[in-house]
Design a binder for this molecule. Sequence first.
Ligand code: ADP
Ligand code: MG
Length: 460
Amino acid sequence: MSNEVWGRVCESLKGSVGNNNYVTWIKPLQFAGFDAGIATFHVPTTFMGNWVSRNFGDQIQQLLMAEGLSATRVMFKVPTQKQAMSSIPTKSMTAKPAAPAVVKRVQPSVEKENVMGAPLDARFQFDSFVVGKPNELAHAAARRVAEGGPVTFNPLFLYGGVGLGKTHLMHSIAWQLQTRTPNLKVVYLSAEQFMYRFVQSLRDRSTMDFKQIFRSVDVLMVDDVQFIAGKDSTQDEFFHTFNALVDQGRQIIISGDRSPSEMNGLDDRIQSRLQSGLVVDLHPTDYELRLGILQQKVELYKSQYSDLVIAPGVLEFLAHRISTNVRVLEGALTRLFAFASLVGREITMDLTQDCLADILRSSDRKVTIDEIMRKVAEHYNIRMSDMLSPRRTRTVARPRQVAMYLSKHLTQRSYPEIGRRFGGRDHTTVLHAVRKIEELKSIDSQISDDVELLRRMLEA
Ligand code: ADP
Ligand code: MG
């Protein structure tokens, strides 16, 4: 492969991954050879190689293939000293013959700082985020934080089930902050990556560097914090980083799959720190939001491939039938687009049902009343038999009402049917329970959190 080809690939990468990612991850790559379908690149560190491979490997390979190079694999290797020298342009070789100095230069300190953050996905920005009732608060809070300026709530904690847009919102904040204030040090990464880097620094005996880097950022964003629950030394380090940043008035944004108090195994100190900021949740999507998201994707697709025709009712059908999470919804639409463009046909209801049969079937999975009783009993630590028993003490009556409420909302069963299943109760008892929980949900945040958590677990 000529450098010209690699140059063109770099240009398209710059466009697709954004300038920041480009400078951090792509630019330092040095093309080292192409042999037997394998394109090899030299990278300054193993960490970086793994990162680039995981996050950009496929893209690089596809672009090489688009340039006519039959690359079946791309590899990223840390060169031996000899290799590193030989891949440095001859000009600098003559200007600076001292090899070790040259090798060192491959890893300037700025790069080391960037390496701590994860790349941002260019698709995840505010203008592609559809706002609806279930996410409007989270969206408003994210917008507010993304404006920068004095820190008003710290940390911002976003939580909600899988695929509801937490990562999308976090990336949006990072993009906006970085665009408005290019000098701001914004570090986004998952809790898993935080741990990985921390462990790595212990192994390399570079924890001082680690601490120094993380404590010098302006905005720290940690995604999926539930990952470090139960991992004590990582939590400890996280807690100290957290405090150091809060003390300096730096903004912190965290996401998790449930509220701080429900996160088992999460350090109490972290829990209370999280609660001391602004906690907002993303609720499960509703029909309108799902339809809005589908419509937006279709518009976007049409602007790129204008020949798409979708029969009336198809999007409504999808929004109605696929209620699990947005990722599944998007996947379904992508498959439809691909299929329709392959066979060159209009997307009709029939085609939709054929093409998405498996997704539609799995989202058909019905929650049963039995499952609901079991989960609720577990959650409140009562016996399954208490669900059916005539006992009316509060400790069992309230959970039972929650279970009835969820049965009404998550299954197709009627009030009398639900009553029968709960130890042969009258339908008015069920009706009363449903109303009671509805009322409590609006005034008692504990109940509303419980119900949302249980709903998420049952729908997962
Ligand atoms: P989470 O981090 O909560 O699991 P993600 O942020 O990864 O979820 O979202 C999953 C997918 O759904 C992403 O592709 C994201 O762009 C999309 N998505 C989620 N919510 C919205 C929304 N409100 N508008 C547009 N796309 C969304
Ligand atoms: Mg996520």
